[in-house]
Design a protein around this ligand. Structure first.
Ligand SMILES: [Mg+2]
Length: 164
């Protein structure tokens, strides 16, 4: 049995425990893209939920740190994101995958990656991936993708954390 298959079975039968970090993709997950920067419906609520459900929230994106900070400041200024969004921990990484070993101080099993694209998920880390339905044109105000992610957090046992 491959590592990937084992991870899949684990996800179905026994949610991983001890998740400490929520790692968030940006483009297609939280916003449209770095050019148009449309916030996804429910973004501010979603980010606040992330902060309550994990002890650490980090950004794991293909766009540069500088670019992220600039667009995040705009979203904060618009009221589309909480003030701390622009100063979130930013994961520096390289290679073809968002390998969760790039997240400092924890094991990959303690991280959940929220991303619309499976191609970024590192081999063997499928169980740590929460698929965000892609936020795509025409960017409907009826989009409920972030609520679907919160439902997935519920299934993983990521409720409001009793202690931080
Ligand atoms: Mg994406």
């Amino acid at each position: 049995m491959t590592e990937e298959r084992k991870g899949h079975i684990q996800k179905e039968s026994e949610p991983p425990h001890g998740i400490k970090v929520i790692a968030l993709d940006v483009e297609g997950t939280l916003i449209s893209n770095a050019m148009s920067q449309f916030p996804r419906p429910g973004l501010k609520f979603f980010l606040e939920q992330c902060q309550q459900r994990a002890s650490r929230v980090v950004i794991f994106t293909a766009i540069s740190h500088r670019r992220f900070e600039a667009l995040a400041r705009t979203l904060v200024h618009e009221g589309s994101a909480p003030p701390w969004f622009a100063t979130l921990e930013f994961i520096e990484w390289s290679g073809p995958h968002k390998d969760l070993r790039f997240v400092p101080g924890v094991t990959p099993q303690q991280v959940v990656l929220v991303d619309d694209l499976e191609q970024y998920v590192a081999p063997g880390q499928q169980a740590q991936w929460v698929k965000a339905p892609a936020f795509e044109a025409p960017y409907s105000p009826q989009d409920r993708g972030l609520w679907q992610v919160l439902d997935a957090f519920d299934r993983l046992g990521l409720y409001n954390a009793p202690s931080k």
